[in-house]
Ligand binder design. Sequence first.
Ligand SMILES: CC(C)(COP(=O)(O)OP(=O)(O)OC[C@H]1O[C@@H](n2cnc3c(N)ncnc32)[C@H](O)[C@@H]1OP(=O)(O)O)[C@@H](O)C(=O)NCCC(=O)NCCS
Length: 152
Amino acid sequence: MIKKIEVKEIKKYTPQMAAAVEYHMELLMPGARRRGTQERFKNLLKNPNAILLGAFDEHDALLGIVTLYKIETLGRKTVLFEECVVDSRFRDMGVGQALTRAAIDYVVKRPELGDRIEGTVNEKHIPAWNCYMKGGMHDRHNKAFFWVRVWD
Ligand SMILES: CC(C)(COP(=O)(O)OP(=O)(O)OC[C@H]1O[C@@H](n2cnc3c(N)ncnc32)[C@H](O)[C@@H]1OP(=O)(O)O)[C@@H](O)C(=O)NCCC(=O)NCCS
């Protein structure tokens, strides 16, 4: 049972964190380890456009992650919500919703990132859809997209 879920930005490389991130990415994308997730993790931490959020338990163990990516086009700034994955031992306990809420909050608190956070989900992926909707994302298009405006 999880006693506490705290979502924090992961900013620093440590071998332990790299292994924990790799474990999560392997669950999301089997074969990720072989494709060099730890190197990608290192690169992501150096990338000023990428933000990695981690959900931690009361012992500071990683429960889940989500990557946010800043996008700036000619017309607008938006933040992409990508690769949300929760440790399979701790699913259906609200970790994904905590990550979703924290991601929205991250963007709301930083108007310089734009007024939108968006992502895509397969319409058949009910747990993910429920997680994002209950976490505060709103379906404004159809079931293949979700996004929320951070101000109206
Ligand atoms: C999608 C994912 C991130 C959700 O994380 P999570 O921590 O399990 O999500 P939460 O517990 O916060 O919320 C899930 C909700 O869906 C519900 N749910 C789960 N399975 C369900 C099902 N088969 N049918 C209906 N609802 C379901 C849960 O009950 C929960 O709602 P509740 O809080 O009202 O009980 C997690 O399942 C995961 O890592 N999946 C594998 C990776 C993945 O597919 N990522 C998404 C890429 S788009």
